[in-house]
Design a protein around this ligand. Structure first.
Ligand SMILES: [Mn+2]
Length: 195
């Protein structure tokens, strides 16, 4: 299979009373692979921002080729003493469509495809306490759309109608999800990857 290019975007809208975001997203291209992380620092405002920024800085310096479990454990150590966070990590191989996932706490990770999938995260709070980590793997077909979002968007909603709008870029989808479904009283963030 030839390498697929992916259209991807991260969008965040900050809590209406705050200046800084407690949610952050990281998307990095590493050869054929896309490394994806969405982090929600607990609560909102400056303490949540410090935890989220700490996570982003850790991921910036981390060996992202390591297993997602190793990266999550490193993050868990790094965030000790902060407000802590919930985190989802994904790695997408754009040549094979292989997706790996490790999640702790309530970041929603959904795949919109003919057979939709929603990953179940492990319980816990990164930096405070996490249960035994589990990495999940599946192969995405071309045309699948991966959506990660914080609890600033309702977890139970089905976004099929928005993600399937013809001609929408990943950024169009992420901006629409945050503006249509984002809660005003929390940071609302979303990563969209079109496989
Ligand atoms: Mn939140």
């Amino acid at each position: 299979m030839t390498s697929r290019s992916t259209d991807h975007a991260f969008v965040v809208r900050v809590h209406s009373d705050e200046e800084v975001s407690g949610d952050t997203g990281v998307i990095k291209q590493l050869g054929d692979e896309l490394f994806i992380a969405l982090v929600d620092g607990l609560g909102h405002g400056s303490e949540a921002h410090i935890a989220a920024a700490g996570a982003a800085k850790y991921l910036d310096g981390a060996r992202l080729k390591n297993s997602l479990i190793d990266i999550m454990q490193g993050l868990h150590k790094h965030l000790k003493g902060t407000r802590c966070a919930v985190v989802a990590l994904c790695r997408l191989n754009q040549r094979t469509g292989m997706l790996n996932y490790v999640g702790v706490g309530n970041i929603s990770v959904k795949i919109y495809a003919p057979k939709p999938i929603r990953f179940v995260p492990r319980e816990g709070i990164v930096g405070y306490i996490i249960s035994t980590l589990r990495e999940e793997t599946l192969v995405l077909s071309e045309g699948a759309i991966l959506v990660l979002h914080s609890d600033g968007l309702p977890a139970h909603l089905d976004f099929s109608e928005v993600v399937s709008r013809q001609g929408s870029s990943a950024r169009d989808i992420a901006e629409t999800l945050v503006s249509e479904f984002g809660k005003k009283d929390d940071d609302a963030s979303c990563i969209v990857v079109k496989v």
